[in-house]
Design a protein around this ligand. Structure first.
Ligand code: FUC
Length: 820
């Protein structure tokens, strides 16, 4: 290279390569002024299938790697065939009040030694940069508008930059290392993994690591992975050294990481992991980094950009993210909430892509071979919670992996229903894994809950309410119907009121004082079945199917126990009035009827509304991460924005880092702390923030149902509601200023607004009359609650609202403004 060319090259590098990280901070960035010192400070990138946690350490970069199908064991089942014989006696023991004996019998006859597989870590790519121990000007960010991680710092007057992202279109994790002077990049790179079988270099540019998943509970590990890191340097030299790659004096280095496993589907492990891994890599390496990055950002933004949220900003937003979390409860920092909301959407896009696995307890990010609760799918709340933001926060495609899992569980759960209970249809319990196990997990106290499939089935119906697509409904109807068939066979009549109840069961993971959890007719079970039967009947009617059968289903629905209000004015968790006002349990299962379901309404069932509020006040606020996320939604549904905000503050309490109060909260990297890290809290709170601003479960689209004093002014665009409406609006001093509604399906759009509105073109809006005739806004036909004579109920004081009907046409947009 002659002198002129070298000068040109330097200018080019200065102009185009650096600093690509743009300005420090910004609305949609998590940023820090130091590298991560532990996993809870590292930052996540993901493309649904591949995940990486990035530490951003100048001298020793660690990129911790996951692949969503790398689980311990292999195809397996955990149905105990002795269950069937024990069932009648277990039921009798429960009706006789012999709960300890019933629990013992379940543990001995219905549980097996198999409690599900573990989601496992693949390993790390480690990059060491000699001499980079002493750096200045350190900065690291995760730009969630682009889904790109960047870090930059200076050593000896040279500015170094690293960019990292996980590309969905190209199925690789891509890294680019640049410096603002030529020939300055020197590094050693190696891979390691706790479950690795071999690590070697394939050529001067590529490290290959292979591995096998762990054997667990007697099931031999059968998932094989192949992981490759390819180094493409500009300038300098690239060579190998003892299974490592050595790059000396390069101008720029691009690293592409590809990982694949032999997983094909939950029953089959016959894919060729090496071929798949090499295939992704070969395709990607033919493209420039800029091309890969461009299509990554475009694919990501196709989802991400659909929703924007502005709750205002303050000085506090100029601080690094960990400092903002630490100070959140003292500061007015509304932009941290909008960042958290968008981070939830970022996490869902990054961990749940069509065709892949649903987000597990840790999404896809896990550094351990033995993660907490195996990082499985806990389907008595946590997995469902992961998907609360999917439809309403405009990420319906991200919901697909869950829908697919429910379809698969309806196959594996059919055998469970038959083997364990001699029932038709399909059923699952409170946990599942990648092999779609559906028997009892963990023991009777936690696991004797045959309701996981019924709750998950609500997601099939919810998707239909949003897309109105009968072809889709056809594909899920058999799953809904079969879920009902299971309960048609499984429900039994209880002796006191002759209600049809689920037995044996539990109210998830809680027990009345002095008793085991095992019971019959828990409130949550009744509410879930009310929904399952209601929705299945509606689906059958819509599709013109199963007339005689739905008649039977209707009879069953009518014989389910009603909700009951107990002596403390609380909503009863169990069939008997056993609740204690001192019970602070993290699960608040019986409020399923309040959220996510719509069986409790301030307008149509004020007594139940008040009882739910009493229950929630008894339970208290601070709890595990996910429990607080749920409570944000509960308080939003209870129309109490300030209490919901209090829960957001509890959730956005820094755990780890400088202050550690113990309990749930948020880690410096913005991930939810159960503790330990569990992603449901992120998703639950994200959904809760949306729920504070817009609700659509109670017969109308309700604007600002639970606005806290902190968010006087703001705007949000792109939220979705049932009936195919897409809604954007802004507000000032708590009053809605302008609303835009896109109608994708047509039909009546009933809205509830705190202040009076009119059409922007001066046409007057019609006040709503009678029932909302939009079928997607049907309110449930709930039985009158039974109320204890000792219950003192509080009045429900509702702020007056304005209710309007807009007859919409498919494909049209309607603009409303505050009435002058
Ligand atoms: C349920 C919860 C726990 C935890 C676990 C993964 O068992 O009760 O708090 O979230 O799932």
């Amino acid at each position: 290279m002659n002198r002129f060319n070298s000068v040109l090259l330097v200018i080019c590098i200065l102009l185009f390569n650096n600093p690509l990280h743009a300005e420090k901070g910004g609305k949609l960035k998590l940023w820090y002024d130091k590298p991560a010192s532990n996993w809870n400070e590292a930052l996540p990138v993901g493309n649904g299938r591949l995940g990486a946690m990035i530490y951003g350490d100048p001298a020793n970069e660690k990129i911790q790697l996951n692949e969503e199908t790398f689980w311990s064991g292999g195809p397996s089942r955990n149905d105990n065939p002795d269950a069937l014989k024990a069932l009648p006696e277990v039921r009798q023991l429960i009706f006789d009040g012999k709960y300890h004996e019933a629990e013992k019998m379940v543990n001995e006859n219905m549980v097996t030694d198999l409690h599900g597989s573990m989601y496992q870590v693949v390993g790390n790519l480690n990059l060491s940069f000699p001499g980079h121990e002493n750096y200045t000007g350190y900065y690291r960010e995760l730009d969630i508008e682009k889904a790109v991680f960047t870090t930059t710092y200076q050593v000896d007057g040279v500015t170094y930059t690293r960019e990292i992202f996980a590309s969905q279109p190209d199925q690789v994790i891509a890294i680019r290392l640049t410096a603002d002077q030529p020939g300055k990049i020197t590094l050693r790179a190696g891979m390691d993994g706790a479950l690795q079988k071999s690590i070697k270099t394939l050529d001067n540019h590529t490290i290959e690591m292979t591995g096998l998943s762990g054997t667990h509970e007697g099931v031999t590990g059968q998932v094989k992975f192949n992981a490759r890191s390819k180094f493409i340097a500009k300038g300098g030299s690239t060579s190998t050294e003892a299974n490592k790659i050595k790059v000396e004096d390069a101008n720029e280095v691009v690293i592409l990481i590809s990982i694949a496993t032999n997983f094909l589907d939950y029953k089959t492990l016959t894919a060729d992991e090496a071929e798949k891994c090499a295939g992704f890599l070969q395709k990607a390496e033919n493209k420039s980094f800029e091309e890969i990055k461009g299509s990554h950002i475009a694919a990501y933004q196709n989802y991400f950009k659909r929703v924007s949220l502005d709750l205002g900003t303050s000085e506090a937003a100029n601080q690094p993210t960990d400092v903002r979390i630490r100070d959140f409860s003292q500061n007015h920092d509304p932009e941290l909430v909008s960042l958290y909301f968008q981070f939830g959407r970022y996490l869902l896009i990054s961990s749940s892509q069509p065709g892949g696995q649903p987000a597990n307890l840790q999404g896809i990010w896990n550094e351990s071979t033995h993660p907490a609760w195996d990082s499985k799918y806990t389907i008595n709340i946590n997995t469902e919670m992961n998907y609360w933001p999917a439809e309403k926060c405009n990420l319906p495609e991200m919901h697909e992996p869950l829908i697919q899992m429910v379809k698969e569980l309806s196959e594996s759960g059919r055998q469970t229903a038959q083997t364990m209970y001699g029932a038709r249809g399909w059923g699952t319990h409170h946990n599942t894994d990648i092999w779609r196990i559906s028997g009892v997990v963990d023991g009777a106290f936690w696991g004797m809950w045959p309701m996981g499939g019924a709750w998950l089935s609500q997601h099939l119906w919810e998707k239909y309410l949003y897309n109105g697509d009968t072809e889709y409904l056809e594909t899920v109807y058999p799953v809904l119907k079969s879920a009902c068939l299971f309960y048609q066979d499984f429900l039994i009549e209880e002796p006191t009121n002759n209600w049809l109840v689920v037995s044996p069961s539990v109210s998830p993971e809680n027990a009345p004082a002095g008793r085991p959890s095992i019971c019959a007719g828990a409130t949550m079970d009744n509410q879930i079945l009310f929904d399952l039967f209601t929705n299945t009947i509606k689906a059958a009617e819509l599709l013109g199917k199963d007339k005689a059968l739905t008649k039977e289903f209707r009879k069953i629905k009518d014989r389910l126990p009603p909700m009951q209000i107990g002596k403390h004015g609380q909503l009863q968790e169990w069939m008997e009035d056993l609740d204690s006002p001192d019970d602070k349990h993290r699960h608040v299962s019986h409020l399923y009827g309040l959220h996510p379901s719509n069986q409790i309404s301030p307008y149509s069932s004020p007594e139940l509304f008040d009882a739910a509020r009493t229950t929630l006040n008894h339970r208290g606020d601070v709890s595990t991460g996910w429990s607080m996320g749920w409570k944000v939604n509960f308080w939003a549904r209870l129309l109490d924005g300030n209490h919901a905000m209090k829960l957001i503050k509890d959730q956005l309490t820094l755990v780890g880092g400088e202050s550690n109060r113990g309990g749930g909260g948020t880690y410096p990297n913005f991930l939810d702390a159960h503790p330990p890290f569990q992603i449901d809290g992120n998703f639950g709170c994200t959904a809760g923030i949306a729920e504070m601003l817009l609700q659509s479960h109670d017969g109308a689209i309700h604007f600002l149902p639970a606005l806290p004093d902190d968010w006087e002014n703001g705007k949000i665009s792109g939220l979705r509601t049932p009936g195919g409406f897409e809604v954007s609006f802004n507000w000032k001093n708590g009053e809605v200023q302008q609303i835009e509604i896109n109608s994708n399906l047509g039909g009546n759009c009933r809205i509830r607004v705190p202040n009076a509105m009119e059409f922007a073109d001066n046409n007057s809006l019609s006040p709503a009359t009678g029932e909302n005739n939009n079928p997607f806004f049907d309110t449930p036909d709930i039985k009158e609650p039974l109320i204890s004579e000792r219950a003192n109920l509080n009045p429900v004081n509702l702020t007056p609202t304005n209710l309007y009907d807009i007859q919409t046409e498919k494909g049209k947009t309607y603009t409303l403004i505050k009435r002058k």
